[in-house]
Design a protein around this ligand. Structure first.
Ligand code: HEM
Length: 515
């Protein structure tokens, strides 16, 4: 029962002039007399016909997101409720499952089934979504806007639930850890749990923050876990997983991106040390990283070396299309002296260190991209339903329904592909994955990111000018449209990955295959 004073419509209607102005939104009565002059949409809108002293629910939801009413400074404008009426549009609660068709993958939709997810995944999903929406989303949104790195207080909270360890996926690094307050056991944690995690952090609609949430660790730490010496692992792995230090993967350069063979950073041997000189570009989390897992040219080929932030290492922020909270950096190594014990894998065998890392990174980007696309589809379904044009809902236009149909088909097709690959990952050894899945994951990532860019275009048309502003109705579409290209570039561009997938298929064609 609400504690608000109850009013009849007759009482509300009397407050219909400048200085004494009430409106009703979804059975809630707001006194906007003093607010009118501060209203971002202007004071005069309240004097349009059918507004002052009236029910403005439809016009309100055609212009504002529901969250506007929840902001404390606006919530306090409410002075009462309409007697015998109840609110229809409920504030979302942390952990809620969307009831919008296609707003969730089918395994979460009522009445649907899936062969892939069990009770452990469902329990994990519920706890994780609630945790992220309560603890992480507000900070992620703030960082997306102000460009600051995520606060250390949040890093500490994330470390407490072993967030980064879970982001690395199943494996020995989870052993003995309490995951998300014990909701899933380390030995149960599989690639579907990780798929869920990658999707949930992408639903905030804050792409820079997604990478700012210690993405550098997801791609920078596995080479240490898989190829570092026991001493190096004992020191660096706990520091990073406990959030005391941060790590970045430093491969790409202004000289070479996807063409790893063309890299120019050089490590020369000097007794027991490497002397490293060169530059790296587009390094995610680089502005605040304490360690760089770095691809270097050595006498006998390509070698991966862990470089701490010591004398000779400098980083500066690169201004990119997404939020600076991702910490994208240009990194300079100037005669940096690093012990040879920091070599990851064999000298000259760095290519396989990097290539085995790529499968997981590409699959992760795909999973996040897919969830972000689904969020956009949900936004478009809701918006086209509540937006009135020419006196009717936007979705009464066939051209809009056609766009929605295309968007839905794309995410559903992509979802099925991603879940199939995830199932393969769950049932293959690491080396089977390396040999069987590099091609399919490459093709899948290219396909899903392309689908995302098409959805970004369609959604922009559905939202119109609102898709171009960073606040208001279209804020998620704006963020996705501006940043969907990241999914198409990071971890390998669409063109390169398409080509990789086909080359792998050609390699595996039986020599005797003929029409
Ligand atoms: C309690 C009542 C209201 C509050 C707290 C409120 C608050 C806001 C806020 C915060 C914005 C900025 C955009 C955003 O963050 O979404 C906005 C924009 C706007 N509001 Fe309101 N508003 C209220 C009622 C109304 C009503 C009843 C109308 C129409 C008669 C209206 C018309 C507009 C318009 C036209 C804009 C600009 C939208 C745009 O830029 O796309 N508002 N309002």
């Amino acid at each position: 029962m609400s504690n608000f004073k109850q009013f009849t419509w007759e009482e509300v209607e009397k407050h219909n002039k400048e200085g004494d102005l009430w409106i009703v939104v979804d059975s809630k009565v707001y006194n906007v007399s003093r607010f009118a002059d501060m209203h971002p949409g202007g004071a005069n809108v309240f004097h349009m016909p059918g507004i002052a002293g009236k029910d403005t629910t439809d016009v309100f939801f055609g212009l504002h997101r529901h969250e506007v009413l929840l902001r404390p400074q606006y919530a306090r404008l409410q002075v009462g409720v309409i007697a015998n009426e109840t609110e229809q549009i409920k504030a979302p609660q942390p952990g809620d499952i969307s009831k919008v068709p296609y707003g969730e993958p089918s395994w979460l939709a009522e009445g649907f089934h899936s062969p892939y997810y069990n009770d452990s995944h469902r329990k994990f999903h519920k706890a994780l979504r609630t945790y992220l929406e309560e603890v992480v989303k507000p900070e992620a949104e703030q960082c997306e806007a102000n460009g600051k790195r995520i606060p250390q207080t949040l890093v500490e909270k994330l470390a407490q639930v072993n967030f980064l360890a879970m982001r690395l996926g199943p494996g020995k690094h989870l052993k003995g850890k309490t995951l998300l307050n014990g909701v899933v056991k380390p030995e149960e944690f599989d690639y579907f749990h990780e798929l869920i995690l990658n999707g949930e952090i992408a639903r905030f609609g804050a792409r820079g923050s997604l990478d700012g949430l210690l993405n550098g660790g997801v791609i920078g730490l596995p080479p240490i876990l898989n190829y570092g010496s026991p001493e190096l692992q004992a020191k660096v792995v706990p520091e990073v997983l406990e959030g005391r230090k941060h790590i970045a993967l430093a491969i790409t350069e202004a000289f070479a991106g996807s063409d790893v063979g063309g890299l120019q950073t050089t490590a020369t041997s000097d007794g027991n040390d490497w002397i490293i000189t060169g530059t790296k570009k587009w390094i995610t989390n680089g502005t605040f990283a304490d360690y760089f897992t770095t691809g270097c040219k050595t006498d006998t080929g390509f070698t991966v070396i862990l470089i701490p932030r010591i004398e000779g290492v400098e980083t500066k922020a690169i201004k990119t299309a997404y939020s600076a909270t991702a910490g994208t950096a240009y990194v300079t190594f100037d005669k940096v002296r690093v012990p040879k014990g920091n070599t990851l894998g064999k000298v000259g065998a760095g290519m396989s260190v990097i290539l085995t890392n790529f499968n997981h990174e590409r699959w992760m980007i795909t999973a996040s991209s897919l969830a972000a696309q689904r969020k956009i589809v949900e936004e478009c379904l809701k918006w086209s339903h509540q937006r009135l044009v020419f006196g009717k809902a936007l979705n009464s236009q066939a051209v809009i329904r056609h766009k929605l149909g295309q968007m839905i088909s794309r995410i559903e097709a992509c979802q099925n592909w991603v879940e199939n690959i995830t199932y393969q990952m769950n049932n293959m050894t690491y080396s089977e994955m390396a040999s069987n899945l590099a091609g399919p994951i490459g093709l899948m990532k290219a396909f899903v990111s392309k689908a995302g860019r098409e959805t970004a275009e369609d959604a922009t048309m559905v939202f119109g000018g609102r898709a171009l502003t960073q606040s208001g109705m279209g804020k998620y579409v704006e963020n996705f449209h501006r940043t969907s290209g990241y999914d198409a570039i990071l971890g390998g561009t669409e063109d390169i990955l398409n080509d990789l997938g086909v080359r792998q298929a050609i390699k595996k064609l039986p020599a005797t295959s003929r029409l």
